[in-house]
Each structure stands twice: as structure tokens, then as C-alpha cells.
Design a protein around this ligand. Sequence first.
Ligand code: ZN
Ligand code: ZN
Length: 158
Amino acid sequence: MQDPEKKKHNLTKRGLKVIGIVLLLGGLTCTVLGSVSLFSSIGRKEFPSLFWMLMIGLPMITIGVSMLMFGFRKEIGTYIKNESVPVVNEAAEELTPAVDAVARAVRETQICPNCGAKNDAELRFCEKCGAPLTKACPYCGEEVGADAAFCGHCGKKL
Ligand SMILES: [Zn+2]
Ligand SMILES: [Zn+2]
């Protein structure tokens, strides 16, 4: 069901979210450490030794949040476009055999032009009266229904 392209797409999405979360958590940790260092150093009136953590922490949070948003926006977008489709597809796949069977039962019968009996589509002669159910198209030689008005293969009027 999953083609490599979609798998790659999902991996990219997951990667974005993982990196986003890592950046966000790392950025938060750095910001907290940097802030603690900043505030404690204000009281002690010295340059905060961990001030650089605040400097990298805030951009990390910004990048992390935007990556997360991008990752989730993509997910929301694909949820509507792609991820709802497989559900429909899976449901259709389960229904297809039943629909096919019904369609075949309805479609793949042919009425004998001689006696009106229902015959399986692949039969060439009526099971009731033995009349031919098919004939050869005089133009292309392909087999067509005995009462066909036009050839289904070459389109000529019979
Ligand atoms: Zn017949
Ligand atoms: Zn023909």
C-alpha cells in the first residue's frame, strides 16, 4: 500500500517533527539555564557565564517551533489529501469483490436473440435453443453479439 515516495514523505515529516521537538526541548533547556544564569548573575553583578545559552536557546525554540508547525501543517494537509484516501481505498478494496460479483452477475449475461434465454457472457451458443449467440464481424472478423447492431471492435454498422 505504501509506495517508497510516500514512505520518504512520511520519514521527512517524522524527521521534521523529531528535530523540531529536539530543538524545542534543547532550546527550552538552554533558555532556562541561560535565564537562571542571567538572573543569578544580576544579583551578583557579574557577566552571566551561561548567557550564550540564552542566545542559542531562543533561536532554537523559534526554529523548533516553526519546524513542528511545518511538520504538523504538512500532516494536516496530507490528512485531508492523502490519509483520508487510503481509508476510502481500503474500504473500496473490501467492497470491490462484492461489487464485482454483483456487476458480473448483472453484466455478464447475454440474452439469446432467438429464444430470449439468459446465457453466460462467454457462451457462444444458447444453452436453451442452441442458436448462435455470437457472430463474426464481416469487416474485421472479431466476435460480436449475435444481435449486435454495431461491431464493438471496429465500430462498423452490421
Ligand atoms: Zn436461445
Ligand atoms: Zn468489426
